[in-house]
Each structure stands twice: as C-alpha cells, then as structure tokens.
Design a protein around this ligand. Structure first.
Ligand SMILES: Cc1cc2nc3c(=O)[nH]c(=O)nc-3n(C[C@H](O)[C@H](O)[C@H](O)COP(=O)(O)OP(=O)(O)OC[C@H]3O[C@@H](n4cnc5c(N)ncnc54)[C@H](O)[C@@H]3O)c2cc1C
Length: 559
C-alpha cells in the first residue's frame, strides 16, 4: 500500500461543519470514544454515509482513561461470564492481527500468594486458555518463585508463592480511538471534535436529527440523519428522552504513571493490594509504568474526574509493598488520569461485579443507544449495533458489504512490513534516526508513521525531541495538525501523545512550546496562544492536584 493519507485537519473544521449542516446522513454517531469510533468505522465499511460529533476532543472520556489492555477479561470467569470472556479473547486476537503495531502481546505475571491459590489459579487460567480457543498469544504457564525472580529481579512481595504468566495485548487507548475514527474518515465519513449534541430532534414518532452547538464558536445548528446513535459512554443518560429510566452507573477508575526505573519492574504484573486484596496492574509502557486501577461508584461531574490523595496513597502502598527497594515517594510520580466506566445498571450488584457486557437498544424509531462493553470489543459492539439497526430497518447494508467488519486496518502494519518499508525508503534511512524513535513512531502511528518520518526530510528540525526523557519528536505535532484534527494544545499533549502524563514538571514550558508551533501553523494570535497554554497548565495541575490537597476518607477510596 502507498503511504498516501487523507488529510484531516482542524484547519478544515469549517468545511467539515458545512458538510454536517448540508448533508442528510444514513447514520450520525454522537460521542467520539471507542464505541462511537467503532460504529463510525463500521458504517464506513458497510458503505453508509456517516458522521460523528464529539463534544470535547476525540477520546476525551473513558477511552483515554483505561488500563490500556486489549484483554480477555480473565476475572469475568469468576462471574461465570464465559461468553463475554470468549468474545473478548477473540476480539483481542483479531485486533492483534488487524492492527499489529498498536495491539502488541505483553507478558503479565499474575502473583499467587499461597499453594492453594496457585492450584486454583492454574485451573482458572486453563479455562481462560480454553475460552480463548487456545488462541492466546501463548497459553498461560505456571512459574515458580525462582523464575519470577529471573523475569522481575526487583519484585519482592513478602510471602509470594508463585505466579502465572499470561499474555494480553498492550494498546494506547486514546490513539486506538483516534485511529479507528481515522479509518472511518478514510472510508468517507465526517468527524468533528468540539461539537456537542444538545438534543435529539424528533418528528412524529421518530428521530430525524440533532441540534448541535459548535463549542469553538457557540454557533448552534442542526444535523439531519436517518439514524442517530447515542454512544456517549458515561454521559448516555443526558441524551435520553425525558422520563427514561437511568441506564448508566459511572464507576471511577484511576491510574498513575511513573518512570519505570523508579520502580524497577521489567514488564507487566498483576498483584494484590494489602488493603482490600483487589488486583492491580503494573504495566510497562516503554520507559514508563502505569499502575491501576480502582473501581468505585462515581457521582461527581463526569467532565471533571481526577485522582485524589487517598487513591494515590493506595497505589503508593502497593508499589512499596511489591518493590520495597524503590522507596516510592511523591517526587517519583509523573502524572495520573481518572475516568469513569459506563457500566450498565444492574440493581443490587456492586460496581466491581457489574457485567461489562454492552447494551444496545432502539430508544425510538431512528434513535439507538449503545453503552457499556469494553475497548477490546469495540468492533463486535459496532457490528452488533448495525445488525440490530438493520433488523429494525433503520439502515440498509448491501449484502456484499455485510461481512466486511473484520477488514484489517488501513493504517495497521506488521513489523516485517514496517522494516521493509523503512529499509527500502532512502529518505527515511538517510535521517539516521535512533531505534527508540522509530519504534515509538511504528507503535503509535503505524503506516501513518512513514509519512510522519518522511516529513523530516523537508524540515530536519522536526527530528528533535519535544521534551527531555520522552520519545516524542516535533514531526508528531505537524502530523497531528495535518492528519489528526488536533484543535487545542491539550489535545496534543493529553491524547495524541502521552507527553503530559509522562512530564514530571515544567508544564508551562511544554505548553508554550506546543502553543508556539500551533500558533504558527493555525494562525493563532498572542491571546489565543496564551489561553491555550493556561487551559493546558490548569489541566496538568488538576491531574496532580491531589499531591497538594488532603481529601476526606468519604470522598475517596483506594479500591
Ligand atoms: C479505569 C478503567 C480501566 C479500563 N480498562 C480497560 C482495559 O484495559 N481494556 C478494555 O478493553 N476496556 C477497559 N475499560 C473500559 C473502556 O475504557 C470503556 O468501556 C470504553 O472506553 C468506553 O468507551 P465509550 O466510547 O463508550 O465512552 P467514552 O470513551 O467515555 O466516550 C463517550 C464520548 O462521548 C462524548 N459525549 C458525551 N456527551 C456528548 C454530547 N452531548 N455530544 C457529543 N459528544 C458527547 C464524551 O465527551 C466522550 O468522549 C476501562 C475503563 C476504565 C474506567
């Protein structure tokens, strides 16, 4: 495949908005998280004229706040949800093949604390392998303490008995969401960020359109569509007709990020908290480690969900219990993120035990809702929604296109193909980039990474790193401006990249650097650039605010 890519830039936002105003869509998706993204891609594959609107930036919600695993949901076996586990493992394996640069197998050691637990877990993981149709990257394997020591020399959990080694796939949730939307755009769809659905417009008994506000200008307009899909995750109930029973129970989950060397883990671990025995992941993302998560009911503002002091202390306790030599302290913390799962209400069931199955229904003719589920199963969810909408005669899919959902990603690329393309590309070879940079570009941008790297030829300064200790280069910002509809400084620092999450301090300087380049490219004046920096710094502060503030026990729980 050539490396030609459709531009998708915030410079063309007005054109996209004009398209939204004058077109009647087969499907209009509300919500630019992974669920909406999946539906948009599915519509594109099935030849439907589709559009997506997102009230903030793409992946603003839960889809940039996850544990970043495409996984089979091994713990759902405990809830006897065998069908869900089987589906999740198969979807994970599809993603690994369809989007290999993004969904990469990662070994995770599940810690066992006693002989009994080791025996139970061995059986448990065999069931897991079987439910995956023995398609896990490698089957699960019991490992003794000596081998754990070999794989994770710094791990020193008191009383550790043994472990189980399991492979899941690591992903970058926000980038995955963005890439799925881009797949939709490549297939002809329109997608715009900072466009909020105010209300659903109905005529007679059915929905015919959506009133939208462009949050950049405050202009209100109408989008017409034959079918409208509410894919707004934790916000789902806000768009439902008055009098509808609430559907969603938001459950908060947080993660913290640290330099991997400050803990000393090599790869992935699943360990138990000494406080409440909940399992928590410590996952290596290159030079960094992300630790999470919690699972507690959340009743606060969905747009302002942040980590608090007790949650942070909870993770600090786990780190120091497992890696006592790390002497983990607040100075080691880089950043955190907090989100809420859009769990579908099951009366009388705790957040932890609530099923992660998706919910799909027709609210009124022409208006559908899709909620719950997982990142891992976004494709299957989207396929089910469209099959359901077809049955309800809300969309018409040509027979020849009905089975195309499992088409590989246009932007996905295997390592072998990448190596051949890079090796055979004199422009890129001539750049003499270090291996870490090319690896970072490969993982995060797939086939688009070729265009990104080629841009350095025209402007060699784009090869420079943006911030010390981080892999990102300036070419990524230009790529995001041309191909990833980055609209604000915070979009680039929080979702197109992990620059903000992995930045120890100096957010003001970081924000200023990005704003200066964006101002140049997008024609911002001084005031706009200042506003952008201030918005970004405020957010970066909120993500670390808990270090400065003590909260009461009732407002926070670590588990
Ligand atoms: C802590 C945590 C860890 C997780 N870990 C994993 C994991 O490792 N693997 C996995 O598979 N799953 C994981 N999940 C689950 C997964 O992240 C979610 O199921 C998924 O991201 C939900 O996506 P969504 O698109 O439904 O919702 P969201 O991502 O929240 O998207 C909804 C979007 O709709 C937008 N929106 C809301 N109202 C409007 C409006 N009126 N107009 C326009 N746009 C609107 C929002 O701004 C938002 O961007 C985790 C979840 C959490 C909370």
């Amino acid at each position: 495949m050539s490396t030609k890519l459709k531009t998708w830039s915030s410079k063309d936002r007005q054109k996209y908005l004009n398209d939204l105003k004058k077109t009647t869509y087969d499907v209009l998706v509300i919500g630019g998280g992974i669920t909406g993204a999946g539906v948009l891609r599915e519509c594109g594959l099935k030849g439907l004229k589709a559009a997506l609107i997102e009230k903030d930036d793409f992946a603003f919600g839960t889809s940039s706040k996850s544990t970043r695993l495409a996984h089979g949901g091994v713990r759902y076996i405990l809830n006897l949800e065998f069908g869900l586990v089987s589906e999740e493992t198969r979807e994970r394996d599809w993603l690994r093949d369809a989007y290999p640069n993004m969904a990469r197998p990662v070994p995770i050691i599940y810690a066992n604390y006693s002989l009994i637990e080791a025996i139970i877990m061995a059986l448990f993981f065999k069931v897991y392998d079987a439910l995956a149709g023995f398609g896990n990257y490698r089957n699960s394997r019991h490992i003794n303490k000596k081998n754990i020591k070999r794989l994770e020399p710094n791990l020193m959990i008191p009383g550790l008995h043994s472990g189980t080694l399991l492979y899941e796939c690591i992903i970058n949730d926000a980038r995955l969401t963005l890439e799925v939307i881009k797949e939709g755009v490549i297939l002809g769809a329109t997608a715009v960020n900072y466009a909020k659905a105010n209300k659903i417009i109905s005529k007679g008994k059915g929905a015919v359109g959506v009133e939208v506000v462009d949050r950049e200008t405050n202009e209100t307009f109408i989008i017409s569509a034959k079918t409208i899909v509410n894919a707004t995750g934790p916000w789902t109930d806000l768009l439902m007709p008055k009098g509808t029973k609430p559907l969603i129970r938001p459950a908060k989950g947080i993660h913290i990020a640290v330099k991997r060397e400050s803990i000393g883990n090599v790869s992935g671990l699943y360990v138990k908290s000494t406080v409440d025995k909940r399992g928590v992941f410590l996952l290596a993302h290159g030079e960094f480690t992300h630790i999470g998560t919690t699972d507690t009911d959340y009743r606060g503002d969905l747009n302002e969900c942040y980590t608090n002091n007790l949650e942070y202390e909870y993770f600090k306790g786990i780190i120091n219990h497992c890696f006592p030599d790390a002497k983990f302290a607040p100075e080691d913390l880089l950043g955190s993120y907090a989100g809420s799962r859009p769990l579908v209400i099951e009366p009388g069931v705790s957040a932890d035990k609530t099923s992660r199955r998706e919910y799909i229904s027709e609210v009124m003719p022409g208006f559908f809702v899709i909620a719950g589920g997982k990142l891992t199963i976004f494709r299957a969810m989207a396929e089910k929604l469209l099959t359901f909408a077809e049955k309800k005669k809300a969309v018409t899919v040509q027979k020849s296109k009905s089975l195309c959902s499992k088409t590989p990603f246009t932007l996905g690329i295997t390592r072998k193909e990448w190596d051949i393309m890079i090796g055979g590309n004199p422009t890129i070879r001539g750049l003499k980039l270090d291996e870490k940079t090319t690896e970072h570009v490969y993982q995060n941008y797939g086939r688009g990474g070729i265009i990104l790297l080629e841009s350095i030829k025209k402007d060699p300064s784009l090869k420079q790193k943006i911030a010390d200790g981080q892999p990102n280069i300036w070419a990524e910002l230009d790529y995001a401006l041309d191909y990833e509809q980055v609209t604000h400084v915070k979009d680039f620092l929080l979702r197109r990249t992990d620059l903000s999450l992995h930045q120890r301090g100096n957010h003001d300087e970081l924000g200023r650097k990005i704003a200066a380049r964006m101002a140049q490219r997008l024609g911002w004046d001084k005031n706009r650039a200042e506003r952008e920096v201030s918005d970004y710094v405020t957010l970066a502060f909120k993500n670390k605010f808990f270090l400065k503030k003590t909260v009461t026990k009732s407002t926070a729980r670590g588990g």
